[in-house]
Write a protein that binds this ligand. Structure first.
Ligand SMILES: [Ca+2]
Ligand SMILES: [Ca+2]
Ligand SMILES: [Ca+2]
Length: 431
């Protein structure tokens, strides 16, 4: 079988066309809500480093029309010929001895709850006792958080502008996995808001603050303008981030309902490299934590409102590790006349849909997407305190969390609500 394929490759050596982008189907062909795979796309990894003509032949054999090799490693994203079934292609790949594994290219979605712009104070930072946190540790640029999201408004480039309240924030070179350029600009709004939770410019006389504001950010664009990404793209983003020595933390405010071998392996590689991965549990009010939050080696973060009870949208379950503040726009528990969302700077999402990415404002957004980066920020501060082992970082965060909800660890709140001051003062330099 193998020899026949190799012989055939000699005559069918014409290279497969390079797939133009990841999940690059036109917007009207985007997966519908509830649809969990990209149509006609399969990920395959071979057991050894194949020559391109060998790989091409096997990909054609399985019904592939176009293929794109991962930037690192021996896996390929295959786009099938029109009308070919993903199931048949997977069965063909899995029957080939050279194939390690094959899976459909699943859809990952940003965990967002969009809302209208409003100015107010950041109650979540007061509740986290941020001023005391900053007395102990503000981070520095030797510790970077990679934000795998829709990009960040971090540079002036083409139609994109750096968000004004990132004026003093340090950014390290990023990656846009769709075009493999360093221009990981945000064309959605979600990633800019999530990044602001971590490292909004602080004490600059403008706007709002971020919890680990002296740490560096790495923009990694793995979600498109509609907030959609793929297993293949997210794995590529994780590999990129894990290859930067300053990156100690990866934030994933995204997820899907199906588990991916491609992403799981990338998580393992990053964790082995000493990186802490943090992911949002999802906003479906479901009893199952979404993936990759549910993956081994990832800190799964749910959301509470200002009352410290599970936010009505936050996913829960046995995989949940901790909770942070995600807020609830329908509540005003601090009675200040403002909805209890997480306030950071981003741009107007409606203007962004018209191609304008510079209508910056301060927006309340709620969701586990906003809770996860609070944990990512805390992890970054712990690295700056001198903790280097991701297992120790996770343990410090979990054992110092405030037990909320039913006594002890429970599925709605995990080990509890993070307490950054307790975590930071219990360990490392700030003891
Ligand atoms: Ca500011
Ligand atoms: Ca309020
Ligand atoms: Ca509890």
């Amino acid at each position: 079988m193998k020899r026949l394929l190799l012989a055939a490759a000699a005559i069918a050596a014409a290279a497969l066309a390079e797939a133009p982008g990841l999940g690059s189907v036109p917007l009207d062909e985007n997966p519908r809500p509830g649809q969990d795979t990209w149509p006609g796309e399969v990920i395959v990894e071979f057991t050894r480093d194949l020559r391109a003509d060998e790989a091409n032949e096997m990909i054609r054999e399985a019904g592939g029309e176009r293929a794109r090799r991962a930037a690192r490693g021996g896996r390929w994203l295959v786009q099938l010929e029109a009308g070919r079934s993903v199931e048949t292609a997977l069965a063909r790949f899995r029957a080939m001895p050279e194939v390690d594994y094959a899976e459909a290219n699943g859809v990952l979605r940003s965990h967002l709850v969009p809302n209208d712009p409003l100015y107010s104070l950041q109650w979540h930072l007061r509740a986290l006792n941020a001023e005391r946190v900053w007395d102990i540790q503000r981070g520095d640029a030797s510790v970077a958080v990679a934000v795998l999201d829709s990009g960040i408004a971090f540079e002036d480039f083409g139609a994109f502008r750096r968000a004004p309240d990132f004026a003093g924030t340090t950014f390290l070179p990023g990656l846009n996995v769709f075009d493999r350029s360093p221009h990981a600009n945000d064309d959605n709004f979600h990633g800019t808001h999530v990044a602001g939770v971590v490292a909004q410019a602080t004490n600059n006389g403008a706007g709002v603050a971020g919890l680990a504001h002296a740490c560096a950010l790495v923009p990694v664009k793995v979600l498109d303008a509609a907030g959609l990404g793929s297993f293949f793209g997210v794995a590529e983003g994780i590999d990129y981030a894990a290859g930067l020595s300053a990156v100690k933390v990866i934030n994933l405010s995204l997820g899907g309902e199906t588990v991916s071998e491609t992403v799981r392996r990338a998580i393992d590689r990053a964790r082995t490299a000493g990186i802490t991965l943090v992911a949002s549990a999802g906003n479906d009010n479901a009893g199952t934590v979404s993936f990759p939050a549910s993956a081994e080696g990832v800190i799964a973060v749910g959301a509470v409102d200002a009352r410290k009870t599970r936010a009505r949208y936050s996913n829960y379950g046995s995989a949940l590790d901790v909770v942070a503040y995600g807020g609830d726009l329908r509540r005003d528990d601090d009675d200040n006349g403002q909805p209890d969302g997480i306030l950071q700077q981003t741009f107007d999402p409606a203007a962004a849909r018209r191609g304008s990415y510079d209508a910056f404002g301060y927006y309340y957004v709620t969701g586990t997407s906003q809770a996860a980066p609070q944990v990512a920020a805390l992890a970054a501060l712990l690295y700056r305190q001198g903790i280097t082992d991701p297992a120790a970082i996770q343990k410090a965060i979990e054992t110092t969390a405030e037990d909320v909800g039913p006594a002890g660890r429970d599925d709605e709140h995990g080990h509890g609500l993070i307490r950054p001051v307790a975590a930071l003062s219990g360990l490392g330099l700030g003891r």
